[in-house]
Design a binder for this molecule. Structure first.
Ligand code: MTE
Length: 320
C-alpha cells in the first residue's frame, strides 16, 4: 500500500518542538563526541532514547498552520499507549498490547447509499499521498481526559466530494472493520460490533473534519486506528471512529454504537459542551494527559468559531 512507503523529509518539517529540541541537543552532543551522524534522517533511525517509540514509516506532508493550537503536544508515548479501541480490549493499555495483530494491508473502503459513485475503493485510490497535511488538534474524551496530537491526513470533505453524494444524503455513517480473529475484543459483546459512528453531512463537510492516516510524522500506529480514522476535534473522542472500512450515505440519522449501548448517555451529536453534564459526571473540567491539574473544558473543545454556526437555534441540552 502506497502510504507505507518510506519517504525522506526534512526534520524541521515534521518534528514537534520538544523532540526537535532534544534532537538538536543530541546532534550537538554527537558532534562533540565525534559521532558523524550527518543527516537528521540517520538520526531518526539510529538515536536510541530520543526517539523511543518511533519507528513506523515516515510520511511526507506539509504543516497546515490554519489548523493548529498553541497547547503543548501530548507525548508520543502517551498518544500511543493510552488508548480507547474496544476492538482490542477495554483497558487503556490493551490497544497497544493487542493491535499489533491487525493486518492493515490491503485495505479498502466500501462507499454505499445515496452517492453517485458507490464502490469498494482501495485505500491508495482515496489518498493523494502528495497532499497530506499535518494538523494539530485537541481531542477531548467523554471520560474527561484530553490530548493534543499532530495528525497527518486530509479533509473528510475531499473524500466525500470524490464519491458525489446525491441530494438525498443527509448523513454519513462510518463503520469499523469487523474481524474478531484479529480484534479479540470483538469476541465479547461489549458493544454491538462493528463500531459505528455518524455525522450530519454539513458536519462532515466542515473543514475541521479530518481523515487521519498518520501522527507525529509517521503512519498511524494500529492502536490509533490504522490505516485510516476520523478526527472530529469539536466532538467527544468516541465520534472519531478508527480503522474505517465503510461509509454509507443516508437520509435517516444513523444510530452510533454508543447511542445504541446507552442512549441516555451518548447522543448523536456529542459535541464537547462544558454546560451539559454526562448523566454520571460533570463535563466542565478535564485532565490533559501529562498535566497534574485539571483545566476548564471549552465549548466545542475550543473550536466554537469554526463550528457553532452548525448548531444555531438548536437546544444543545436536547441534542446532546
Ligand atoms: N473507534 C473504534 N473503532 N473503537 C473504539 O473503541 N474509541 C473511541 C475513538 N474511536 C474507539 C474508536 C474513543 S472513546 C476515543 S476517546 C478515541 O477513539 C481515542 O482515540 P486515540 O486512542 O487515538 O486517542
Amino acid at each position: 500500500m502506497l502510504i507505507k512507503k518510506s519517504v525522506s523529509i526534512r526534520s524541521s518539517e515534521i518534528t514537534p518542538r520538544d523532540i526537535y529540541e532534544q534532537r538538536r541537543k543530541f546532534l550537538k552532543t554527537s558532534i562533540h563526541a565525534g559521532i558523524g551522524l550527518a543527516t537528521s534522517g540517520l538520526l531518526t533511525t539510529y538515536s536510541p532514547g530520543v526517539f523511543a517509540g518511533y519507528g513506523l514509516k515516515r510520511l511526507k506532508h506539509t504543516k497546515n498552520s490554519r489548523f493548529t493550537v498553541d497547547d503543548e503536544l501530548t507525548k508520543y508515548k502517551d498518544v500511543t499507549t493510552y488508548n480507547n479501541f474496544y476492538e482490542f480490549g477495554t483497558s487503556k493499555s490493551s490497544p497497544a498490547a493487542n493491535a499489533g495483530k491487525l493486518t492493515t494491508e490491503p485495505w479498502s473502503i466500501r462507499v454505499e447509499g445515496h452517492v453517485e459513485k458507490p464502490a469498494s475503493y482501495h485505500l491508495e485510490d482515496l489518498i493523494n499521498e502528495n497532499a497530506l497535511e499535518e494538523r494539530i488538534y485537541r481531542l477531548r474524551c467523554v471520560e474527561r481526559w484530553s490530548m493534543v496530537i499532530p495528525w497527518l491526513g486530509f479533509p473528510l470533505a475531499e473524500l466525500i466530494k470524490k464519491v458525489k453524494p446525491t441530494s438525498k444524503a443527509k448523513y454519513v455513517e462510518f463503520s469499523t472493520l469487523y474481524r474478531p480473529d484479529e480484534m479479540k475484543g470483538q469476541r465479547r459483546s461489549v458493544l454491538d460490533w462493528p463500531y459505528v459512528e455518524g455525522l450530519r453531512i454539513d458536519e462532515a463537510m466542515n473543514p475541521l473534519a479530518f481523515l487521519a492516516v498518520g501522527l507525529y510524522g509517521e503512519v498511524l500506529p494500529n492502536q490509533n486506528g490504522a490505516p485510516i480514522r476520523l478526527v472530529v476535534p469539536w466532538k467527544y473522542g468516541f465520534k472519531s471512529i478508527k480503522s474505517i472500512v465503510k461509509l454509507r450515505f443516508t437520509e435517516q440519522q444513523p444510530v452510533s454504537s454508543w447511542t445504541r449501548a446507552a442512549p441516555n448517555e451518548y447522543g448523536f451529536y456529542s459535541n464537547v459542551n462544558p454546560e451539559v453534564d454526562h448523566p454520571r459526571w460533570s463535563q466542565s473540567r478535564e485532565r490533559r494527559i501529562g498535566d497534574f491539574f485539571k483545566r476548564k473544558t471549552l465549548m466545542f473543545n475550543g473550536y466554537a468559531d469554526e463550528v457553532a454556526h452548525l448548531y444555531k437555534g438548536m437546544d444543545l441540552k436536547k441534542y446532546f
